[in-house]
Design a protein around this ligand. Structure first.
Ligand code: HEC
Length: 156
């Protein structure tokens, strides 16, 4: 092999090595995924709670506040699923309440997430209208989807 060929060989070997290193480091770390999804749910909970307090009559109904909170919930509902990559369950992450059943029963988990997304989108839609009774009803439906998923897929 002459020097020029050797150079080409070395450069391509190095480039190849670089790419494979980058590719293996590209996926999220399990603990980062857990932190991401917990943050998403923290934002969801933060925005869901005040609507709940209004629905229960603990604080005065405020249509503009409901509409604002519901928008965040809708947005976050779409971002949650990617926080559950394979291998980010309790085997890999200490600080998580996610049950292993999420990954052994993925279709059911995805369905539960889709149900939530659908109801959250309706809540945001209804909230724009400002109709208190309709908002209360849709809040209840959305809360059911939280409970259904937590019951099956989250540690108490
Ligand atoms: C499709 C399943 C699913 C749905 C729907 C869902 N959650 Fe969760 N939620 C989880 C899982 C799983 C965890 C645990 C995540 C972890 O610890 O890694 C969690 C965690 C949480 C947490 C704790 C976050 C933290 O600090 O660790 C809160 C608060 C929460 N969810 C609120 C809600 C609310 C409110 C709704 C509905 C408006 C909702 N969730 C809908 C699955 C779901």
């Amino acid at each position: 092999m002459n020097n020029k060929l050797l150079g080409v060989f070395l450069v391509s070997a190095l480039v190849g090595f670089g790419f494979s290193t980058v590719a293996s480091a590209a996926g999220p770390k399990p603990e980062d995924a857990a932190r991401y999804r917990q943050s998403i749910y923290t934002v969801i909970g933060w925005n869901f709670k005040p609507i709940g307090a209004m629905v229960k009559g603990e604080v005065p109904f405020d249509a503009a506040a409901v509409a604002r909170h519901a928008q965040y919930i809708e947005l976050m509902s779409k971002a949650a699923l990617e926080g559950f990559p394979k291998g980010s369950g309790p085997d890999a992450v200490k600080n998580t309440e996610a049950k292993p059943e999420i990954w052994t029963n993925w279709d059911k988990f995805e369905t539960a997430m889709n149900d939530f997304e659908g109801e959250a989108a309706k809540l945001a839609e209804v909230a724009k209208g400002g109709d208190e009774a309709a908002i209360k009803a849709q809040f209840g439906k959305t809360a059911e989807t939280c409970k259904a998923c937590h019951k099956e897929f989250r540690e108490d």
